[in-house]
Design a protein around this ligand. Structure first.
Ligand SMILES: *[C@@H]1O[C@H](CO)[C@@H](O)[C@H](O)[C@H]1NC(C)=O
Ligand SMILES: *[C@@H]1O[C@H](CO)[C@@H](O)[C@H](O)[C@H]1NC(C)=O
Ligand SMILES: *[C@@H]1O[C@H](CO)[C@@H](O)[C@H](O)[C@H]1NC(C)=O
Ligand SMILES: *[C@@H]1O[C@H](CO)[C@@H](O)[C@H](O)[C@H]1NC(C)=O
Ligand SMILES: *[C@@H]1O[C@H](CO)[C@@H](O)[C@H](O)[C@H]1NC(C)=O
Length: 537
């Protein structure tokens, strides 16, 4: 090799490596300028629980989401955004601290990063420390231990977080059946008058968010606000005002996906048996065989219909929120914490490393980057990117990239600010971004005890790492030691490779096919590199 070639390949390698750690470093002079406090925009972050991109703005013909669609028309739509883990607490703590689940050592619901790993600065805390008034409405942090039973107040928020008082009925018998008996149903369309306090949690949260916005307008304080609003729907149970059902004829959900059986070449460890759906009153008497089901076509269509109706319901509430915001002065980001399988792979849950469980909507609107029609960004992004992006959009000092495990204020994602400016995809830098996600299992096979859908840390024996590139999804399930949070790359329990050019449903695992050995080896190296790099080792 000539020295010029060597130099060139070294440069490319350096670019490639820095790309894995931080994409923004590869883009020239794209950083924002720090804005003076008085000129700063308010920021609103809206999180939908378990929302996959079943939105009109994402091309879903069955969706009824007029408010989100209209919002997207004036915004930036990231079509390939991925969650770091398809479970609420790990995904949200990752989003809100800008760290991967592996850094937080959180794969379940039962540890609080500040006492367990490090006193890391959160997204709202960063805003608070830079002069913002920060407020949380509804489900932003996952409640409970993983946010210190306080939604990380007072470090993250200027006032105690607002939790709707009807949230407590999430798992209560509140769904009247035909005989008027109250059931703990999965599918639960209701008349509001029959519900505790005659309302629902998301209605309470939006009312409070609007009250908050109004109070800031009339307050004498000149500090901008950061408001996080977390909707509970479309998370199960599907409890929503009945009238939303009318928009969705059941008929159109029968042939939603052709994939109604467990794919033959999928390793068993990749499967999740959706135990929480089976446990609901309207499903538990059906004796769905464990672990692989399936459930009947009629019930499948009903679940899908109820999911879409739940989304239409929160879309309606989102419209009420927007009506109270001044979009000329406010940065708004909308996202889902992870997806949900509506029958793909014959599954009815999150809890996996599949595209449907990991892909989420991500829409950004900023007065700084107005558009007259939705600007679609097709590059691969991660929820980790939201923290540095919002910091840049607000004109705060850019969030440093984490270089050392003990760094307190930093992020592991990349700012999307350059992309919003028009840099990135199609620019001189090759768009080589990947998304890295993970999911733990207690063993090779689906089990009820321990629950393989959501194993507790002490039961985790296997970690599935999943890499989404422009074309492929590559997933490797390896031995994981919960005692010391280490993985053994040589102890393999399953391997999957799906080619999204021809197999968007991830139905054909290419791993057994020798023709794909080269790409499989390359992706395996890339995956290990991505995981190890993000482990600072
Ligand atoms: C964590 O960080 C916050 C904010 O800097 C600080 O107030 C608090 O004392 C720290 N806690 C610990 C245990 O170091
Ligand atoms: C966690 O909550 C406890 C009790 O509610 C409180 O004393 C403690 O200060 C909180 N820790 C942090 C870091 O906020
Ligand atoms: C769904 O597909 C099946 C098999 O292709 C077909 O017989 C049936 O009519 C379809 N149903 C609807 C509602 O389109
Ligand atoms: C489910 O199993 C229970 C107990 O074996 C039985 O009583 C019930 O009839 C079964 N239900 C259906 C729908 O097969
Ligand atoms: C972690 O613990 C396992 C089981 O005790 C052990 O085999 C492994 O070598 C340890 N790895 C590291 C990096 O300490």
């Amino acid at each position: 090799m000539s020295s010029v070639l060597i130099l060139l390949s070294t440069l490319l390698l350096a670019l490639h490596l820095s790309d894995l750690v931080s994409a923004s470093s590869a883009v020239p002079s794209a950083g924002p300028t720090t804005a003076p406090a008085a000129a700063r925009h308010d920021v609103v972050m809206v999180i939908f629980d378990d929302l996959r991109p079943v939105l009109g703005a994402y091309g879903d013909p069955l969706a009824s989401t007029p408010h989100l669609d209209a919002f997207a028309q004036g915004g930036h739509v990231f079509t390939r955004a991925y969650s770091q883990q398809a479970l609420c607490a790990p995904s949200r703590n990752s989003l809100l601290t800008g760290r991967r689940p592996d850094t937080l050592h959180l794969y379940d619901f039962y540890s609080y990063w500040r006492t367990f790993v490090g006193n890391f600065t959160t997204l709202p805390q960063y805003f608070k420390e830079h002069g913002y008034y920060t407020y949380s409405c509804g489900k932003v942090f996952h409640p409970g231990l993983s946010s210190n039973n306080s939604d990380d107040y007072p470090l993250s928020w200027s006032a105690p977080a607002f939790r709707p008082r009807t949230e407590q009925y999430m798992n209560s018998p509140v769904c009247p059946d035909r005989e008027g008996v109250l059931r703990k149903n999965l599918i639960c369309p209701v008349h509001l008058q029959t519900q505790p306090y005659k309302t629902l949690p998301d209605i309470e949260s939006v009312t409070e968010a609007l009250r908050f916005v109004e109070s800031r307008k009339s307050s004498s304080s000149s500090s901008p606000f950061f408001l996080a609003l977390g909707f509970h729907k479309p998370h199960i149970n599907f409890r929503f005002p009945r009238q939303f059902l009318a928009r969705f004829p059941l008929q159109q959900f029968f042939n939603y996906t052709e994939d109604s059986l467990k794919p033959p070449d999928m390793p068993a460890v990749a499967w999740n048996p959706y135990t929480d759906v089976r446990a609901r009153d309207d499903f538990k008497h059906l004796n769905i065989s464990f672990p692989y089901g399936p459930i009947s076509r009629h019930q499948a269509a009903q679940i899908r219909q109820a999911y879409y109706a739940s989304v239409a319901y929160v879309d309606d509430l989102f419209g009420k929120l927007l009506a109270g915001l001044d979009l000329q002065q406010t940065v708004v980001v909308v996202l889902g914490d992870h997806g949900w399988s509506l029958g793909e792979h014959a599954e009815w849950a999150k809890y996996s490393n599949f595209e449907v469980a990991l892909r989420v909507p991500l829409i950004v609107r900023s007065p700084e980057f107005p558009v007259t029609q939705a600007k679609v960004h097709r590059g691969i992004t991660e929820l980790l990117d939201v923290f540095p992006t919002l910091v840049d959009l607000a004109g705060l000092p850019s969030l440093p990239v984490c270089r050392h495990p003990t760094d307190v204020t930093c992020g592991e994602g990349k700012s999307l600010y350059p992309q919003l400016q028009g840099f990135g995809v199609g620019f001189w830098v090759m768009d080589d971004h990947v998304a890295l996600s993970q999911y733990p299992r207690p063993g090779m096979l689906p089990t009820k005890h321990p629950n393989s859908d959501k194993p507790k840390l002490r039961n985790i024996k296997i970690m599935g790492y999943s890499l989404r590139t422009d074309i492929y999804r590559y997933t490797l399930w390896v031995r994981f030691h919960a005692q010391n949070f280490s993985r053994d790359w040589h102890d393999i329990y399953g391997e999957e490779l799906y080619d999204h050019r021809v197999d968007a449903g991830e139905e054909l695992n290419l791993v057994p096919m020798p023709e794909f050995d080269d790409v499989r080896q390359r992706l395996r190296r890339r995956l290990m590199e991505a995981v190890d790099l993000s482990r600072f080792s």
